[in-house]
Design a protein around this ligand. Structure first.
Ligand code: TYM
Length: 337
């Protein structure tokens, strides 16, 4: 059995990048007979960037409904909220004690904040919390707690998974006495959607405010977002550079090879951008509309979502507690079970 695990932070509403980079490949993997899947809502991670409790709660519900509407089968997948698993923060502390500060200094999220401060002639750590700084250790605990072999993610998360491997090796080396407590996880990346572009061509991201919502706002919001995709100023009739356009990249992330080839030929033959946007909308809406209907049903039934998540938490804790007991013992703490 291959264990596949991934999570999404519960800030904001899920966007097309989360879906193409993580949700879609994760669900496809969970349908394979040789896979044992663990998917979760990273709400401890959400606290790092967000101090609005109502927003975290809304986002958690929207994400839970999104995973289920996208085809997650809670009978096959262990599907849970990170904050329902108290073993995770405890493991985070055990890992924190063996993680070099220098490793965290190199983490992208921290470096980006530090570099922006330096560029603006502020103190390097201005506005940086310990949550942001040690974020990759919490993520390592998410992955190592369940001994995941594979972690489907977009390219922006690869460094964190490499850090999880480093931290796991260090712990195994210090306390394993010949035993490997932790499996070394691998990132699984779908090349074509490793970095899905947003409206302006940069990586689609909540932080850039350039996202295309997955379900929220329905077909209308989808159409409006697509209308805002930035293109060059070539007129209908002029040949377009398909490969150089992120409208084309977005299209190809959801179309078959034949559809993509047809779209490229038409753009090169002078298809207008307005018409190209209509085609992108039709493609995406065709794909998303059935899932959106299911999403809306689930959003109207919070008690059902809650029950699914609580069942998932019980399954996840049944795995986490025995491993944590061994780890406590290995580092010299009282054995709890
Ligand atoms: P988050 O919530 O920022 O993103 C969730 C997933 O979506 C992917 N993604 C993208 N993929 C392709 N193109 C894009 N434009 C794009 N934007 C986002 C991300 O790569 C990610 O896979 N720290 C994580 C959540 C997390 C986690 C974990 C993931 C916590 N613990 C353990 C895996 C394993 C995060 O903030 O992702």
């Amino acid at each position: 059995q291959t264990r596949v695990l991934t999570g999404i932070t519960t800030t904001g509403t899920p966007h097309l990048g989360n879906y193409a980079g993580a949700i879609r490949p994760a669900i496809a993997a969970s349908q394979r007979a040789d896979v044992d899947a663990f998917f979760f809502l990273a709400d401890y991670h959400a606290l790092i960037k967000c101090d609005d409790p109502a927003r975290i709660e809304r986002s958690r519900q929207a994400l839970a409904a999104t995973w289920l509407a996208s085809g997650l089968d809670p009978n096959r997948v262990t599907f849970y909220r990170q904050s329902d698993i108290p073993e995770i923060p405890e493991l985070t502390w055990l890992l924190t004690c063996v993680t070099a500060k220098g490793l965290m200094n190199r983490a992208h999220a921290y470096k980006a904040a530090a570099d922006a401060n330096t560029a603006a002639a502020r103190d390097v750590d201005d506005g940086v919390t310990m949550g942001l700084f040690s974020y990759p250790i919490l993520m390592a605990a998410d992955i190592l707690m369940f001994n995941a072999h594979q972690v489907p993610v977009g390219r922006d998360q690869v460094q964190h998974i490499e850090m999880a491997r480093d931290i796991a090796s260090r712990f195994n080396h210090l306390f394993g006495q010949g035993r490997e407590f932790f499996v070394l996880p691998e990132a699984v990346i779908e090349e074509q959607v490793a970095v899905l572009p947003g409206l302006d061509g940069r990586k689609m991201s909540k932080s850039y405010d350039n996202t295309i919502p997955l379900f929220d706002g329905g077909a209308k919001a989808l159409k409006e977002a697509i209308a805002r995709v930035v293109t060059d100023s070539k007129l209908p009739g002029e040949p377009k550079d398909a490969e150089g356009s992120h409208l084309y990249t977005l299209y190809s992330a959801f179309a078959s090879a034949e559809q993509t080839a047809g779209f490229r030929t038409d753009l090169q033959a002078g298809l207008g951008w307005g018409e190209a946007k209509t085609r992108l909308f039709e493609l995406l809406d065709g794909h998303l509309a059935p899932m959106r209907a299911r999403y809306e049903e689930l959003m109207a039934r919070p008690a059902e979502l809650e029950e699914i998540l609580m069942n998932g938490a019980a399954k996840a804790r049944a795995q986490a507690a025995p491993l944590l007991a061994e780890l406590r013992n290995a580092v010299g703490l009282r054995r709890m079970v």
